[in-house]
Design a protein around this ligand. Structure first.
Ligand code: GLP
Length: 261
């Protein structure tokens, strides 16, 4: 794992977008794992701008999102399909047929989870997985105590997650679906490269736990310590609790890959 600290949230999001753009230019048919949440909105904003101004093309990309709520249709404003269409897919040249999210309305949810894993495998696995982190340390919707070897499956959401995500449901926690389909921690660890974006002071404590704390199913983001190639991109506000902060700055300043960014 490497940790890169940028001055603020927008600089961190821009760096994530640049990593994605570089990977797409290297491999136009990239299999991209996507995430939702407020943190990701500025990453998608930068990707849209790069598409418009720098001819970044998504025409051959395939995307797989981490998760989707169960029991709300794709056109519901709170669904992750709606989020992705709104913030990214409708503004770039991607073929919608190549954008995959779990179907939370599937009559047989277990079969849907199985097919999702198979679809990822058939396309050669995820080349680059984008991740955020929840306040309880979840990646995707892998809530505390999720098996660190879990695969795509149904999960019940914690009260704190329902609260954090209620903005898209009229700020009414009662309206937030209580269950979701999520890629598992094991599925995420299978990605060839992972980029986690964590910004803002409210994430400082969970960022330190996930990166410097013990690997534990109570903080599923900590499993990324096992990932063969994971980069955490953060901002000064979220980095304040990191014990190794000066060490991370030193590594970054001396790592050839980042000198061209
Ligand atoms: C949701 C998503 C996660 C995301 C998290 C953080 O729970 N399932 O993938 O990381 O939100 O969202 P935010 O960026 O809004 O804090």
């Amino acid at each position: 794992m490497e940790i890169i600290i940028q001055p603020d949230g927008d600089a961190a999001a821009l760096m994530v977008a640049r990593v994605i753009a570089r990977e797409i230019r290297r491999k136009p048919d990239l299999v991209l794992g996507l995430a939702t949440g407020r943190t990701m909105e500025s990453v998608y904003g930068h990707l849209v701008r790069m598409h418009q101004e720098k001819a970044l093309s998504f025409a051959s990309c395939r995307t797989f999102n981490l998760d989707e709520y169960i029991g709300i249709p794709a056109n519901h404003p709170g669904s992750y399909r709606h989020y992705m269409n709104l913030h990214l897919f409708s503004k770039i040249d991607i073929n919608l047929k190549n954008t995959y999210l779990p179907n939370g309305m599937a009559p047989d949810l277990a079969a849907e989870c199985h097919h999702y894993e198979e679809a990822i495998k058939e396309r050669g696995g995820i080349d680059l997985q984008l991740l955020g982190i929840g306040h309880d340390g979840h990646i995707g919707f892998n809530e505390p105590l999720s098996s660190l070897r879990s695969r795509t499956r149904e999960k019940a959401l914690t009260l704190s997650t329902l609260q954090a995500n209620s903005a898209m449901f009229d700020n009414n926690i009662e309206k937030v679906p209580r269950r979701a389909i999520t890629m598992g921690v094991g599925s995420i660890l299978d990605s060839k490269r992972a980029i986690m974006l964590v910004t803002g002071a409210s994430k400082a404590s969970i960022l330190a736990k996930a990166t410097e704390g013990p690997i534990t199913s109570m903080v599923t983001g900590s499993a990324l310590q096992l990932h063969p190639r994971c980069t955490v991109i953060t901002d000064e506000a979220a980095a304040i609790n990191l014990e190794g902060i000066e060490y991370y700055r030193w590594i970054f300043a001396n790592e050839p890959e980042w000198q061209t960014f």
